[in-house]
Design a protein around this ligand. Structure first.
Ligand SMILES: Nc1ncnc2c1ncn2[C@@H]1O[C@H](COP(=O)(O)OP(=O)(O)OP(=O)(O)O)[C@@H](O)[C@H]1O
Ligand SMILES: [Mg+2]
Length: 250
């Protein structure tokens, strides 16, 4: 995995990248053109340290999903830079971005984006299959991941036969199965009951606390605030406030 980063000149590490996993600087993003142009990100600066769990909160429409998509290189920003593991994401070609995501990122989408013709375990195995892991190996790793989320009985169900919370857990298993350096989680507990949500956020947290890893969790769920090292508040396309440590919230 490290090879993919160090081989490309666009991905040179700098001193800061020994501390920061993610650095976003001056990120702007608008949708639409001319009179219908809507500025959504208005100059966002954000860092995630290695070993940090960062919560991103803010009103609906404040730009949280857009920011995650820009960080992941799924959406192109208009201005600004995002560096992950020292690699400047806007500088990568489209195929380099795809490879970077495949090798280093896990994304839990707000809308899940499960493939409808694949079973739960096949959906969860997709990132491994794309990397060329042999099918049986990929499926058994996906099965173990789903099992750890209480989904061991639902492995062979198609997404349409799964409840919202079960679909959400398949989406989470898919994000975790490839052992990513950076996990981007968009409302990961929105459809989970309190106990399951708590268990899964604990799992996300434990991944983020490992050296050289990190997690960003977008959430409205105040029950999981205790898991954040920092809580970043977004308001109208800007970072409005940053709180250090959950204890200040109490
Ligand atoms: N593809 C798009 N085209 C046009 N406008 C968009 C697009 N995606 C998002 N927007 C607009 O950008 C703004 C921010 O959207 P975004 O999804 O980032 O918000 P959010 O903070 O994730 O909200 P929520 O908490 O509801 O998920 C919204 O006003 C939304 O309508
Ligand atoms: Mg959103």
């Amino acid at each position: 995995m490290g090879d993919a980063v160090s081989q490309s000149p666009a991905m040179t590490f700098d001193n800061d990248s020994a501390h920061w996993l993610v650095q976003a600087r001056g990120v702007t993003k608008s949708f639409g053109d001319g009179a219908t142009r809507i500025p959504v990100l208005k100059g966002v600066d954000l860092e995630v340290a290695r070993g940090e769990v960062l919560l991103l909160v803010g009103p609906s429409g404040s730009g949280k999903t857009t920011l995650l998509s820009v960080i992941a290189g799924i959406l192109e920003s208009d201005e600004g830079d995002v560096r992950i593991l020292g690699a400047s994401i806007p500088d990568l070609s489209s195929s380099e971005k795809t490879r970077f995501r495949r090798d280093h990122l896990g994304f839990i989408f707000q809308q899940y984006h499960l493939l409808p013709t694949l079973t739960a375990v096949e959906n969860a195995a997709v990132p491994l299959l794309i990397r060329g892991v042999p099918k049986q190996d990929a499926l058994s790793r996906a099965e173990a991941m789903l099992g750890s989320m209480g989904m061991g009985e639902r492995l062979n169900a198609l997404p349409t036969r799964l409840s919202g919370g079960e679909q959400q857990r398949v989406a989470i298993a898919r994000a975790l199965v490839g052992d990513p350096k950076l996990l981007l989680c968009d409302e990961p507990t929105a459809n989970l009951d309190g106990e399951t949500g708590h268990r899964i956020v604990q799992q996300l947290h434990d991944i983020g606390k490992q050296p050289d890893r990190g997690v960003i969790i977008v959430t409205h769920d105040t029950r999981i605030f205790e898991f954040g090292d920092r809580i970043v508040h977004m308001e109208d396309g800007r970072v409005d406030q940053i709180q250090h440590g959950h204890k200040e919230l109490r």
